[in-house]
Design a binder for this molecule. Structure first.
Ligand SMILES: *[C@@H]1O[C@H](CO)[C@@H](O)[C@H](O)[C@H]1NC(C)=O
Ligand SMILES: *[C@@H]1O[C@H](CO)[C@@H](O)[C@H](O)[C@H]1NC(C)=O
Length: 333
């Protein structure tokens, strides 16, 4: 089973993924049968709207670095499916500068060079800075690398550690932040009214594959709230036969909507009531998730609400791989 859903930034060639099939994609199951009863948990947490200084702009992560044209907002993304490439991204504001990344492994003194590209965009009267992306390829697994961006007096140095080689029992931790403007623009199995039934065409296209290949979990963004489903499928539904209520299906993925990294439209708080049966947990607030694959059978998933500046674990579940160990997880939440 593969791992899908990496971004479209130019990257190195790649092959298979981990034993847990994690899709950061899109899909909707619909529930026009209105047989809604006895759902899971709707969190009663209400975010304090006055206390919105979760990430103050003067904190060290946002502070603009000193020096003319110094690289800002430097961050990395995995650059291929196996973990041997990294995409380094940053912004320069005064002029394009250099899109080159110099990198070397810990203990080595020979710096290698990777050339990237930059782009800019306009939005009404706003013009962005110069946004650089540079893919560093052919790295070794499980190794610490240093890298430099910027030129002249404003070189900045950072480091990362590559993941271990892909294998059925290789541990791997994903950090997941859904953000409206970044994650795929579609909805999921959601019981938030604004987006209810929005992606029926996506469901028809992909759901049968998810079930056939026993995809463990599907993450999606877009809806500005958090929701986790039970393992349910709707594949019997063909529009005319009336079999339109999702049914429990241990080969179906768990759908997690995590469009809650923060956005300018505010939270979606109108939920269908009562909570539908397919919905295991939902909460109208912001946060991030961690998907911690331990080995071929076990992965620990947790969602952390951003509670007035602190990450509080609000939802959690042990995932048992659909291929190696089919266990019904639903009672444990
Ligand atoms: C952009 O336009 C808005 C409203 O039209 C205005 O308030 C703002 O000052 C403008 N910004 C710049 C940088 O011109
Ligand atoms: C897989 O990980 C789980 C959780 O850490 C552990 O309980 C289990 O024993 C592991 N299985 C194997 C075969 O190592």
């Amino acid at each position: 089973m593969g791992v899908a859903g990496f971004s479209s930034i130019p990257s190195c060639s790649s092959s298979s993924g981990s034993s847990f099939a994690v899709l950061i994609v899109v899909l909707a199951l619909t529930l026009n049968g209105v047989t809604v009863c006895n759902g899971g948990k709707t969190s009663t947490f209400v975010r304090n709207v006055k206390n919105t200084e979760d990430m103050p702009l003067n904190s060290d992560v946002f502070r603009v670095p000193d020096g003319y044209n110094a690289p800002q907002q430097v961050h990395i993304t995995q650059g291929d499916l196996v973990g041997k490439a990294v995409i380094v991204s940053w912004v320069t504001v005064d002029e394009p500068g250099s899109s080159v990344v110099l990198y070397w492994s810990d203990g080595s003194h020979r710096k290698k060079e990777a050339k990237g590209k930059y782009e800019t965009y306009k939005f009404y009267n706003y013009t962005s800075g110069f946004i650089h992306h540079c893919t560093v390829c052919n790295l070794e697994h499980d190794k610490k690398y240093y890298y430099e961006v910027g030129i002249g007096h404003t070189v900045r140095t950072f480091w990362f550690v590559t993941p271990p080689a892909v294998g059925p029992d290789t541990p791997y931790t994903f950090g997941l932040m859904g953000k409206h403007e970044v994650v795929n623009h579609m909805t999921d199995l959601v019981s938030y009214i604004h987006h209810f039934m929005e992606a029926e065409t996506m469901r028809v296209m992909y759901e049968a594959w998810f079930v056939r290949y026993k995809v463990d979990v599907v993450f999606a963004g877009h809806v500005h709230a958090y929701e986790r489903s039970e393992r349910v499928s709707n594949i019997a539904y063909n529009v005319v036969n009336g079999l339109c209520t999702p049914v429990k299906d241990q080969s179906a993925p768990v759908y997690i909507t995590i469009g809650d990294g923060g956005n300018s439209e505010g939270l979606v708080t109108d939920m269908t009531e009562p909570q539908p049966q397919y919905s295991a947990f939902r909460e109208a607030s912001f946060g991030h998730a961690i998907f911690d694959i331990k080995n071929r059978t076990h992965a620990y998933y947790s969602w952390h609400r951003n509670q007035d500046g602190y990450a509080v674990e609000a939802d959690r579940l042990w995932f048992y791989n659909r291929y190696w160990k089919q266990v019904d997880e639903s009672p444990s939440s």
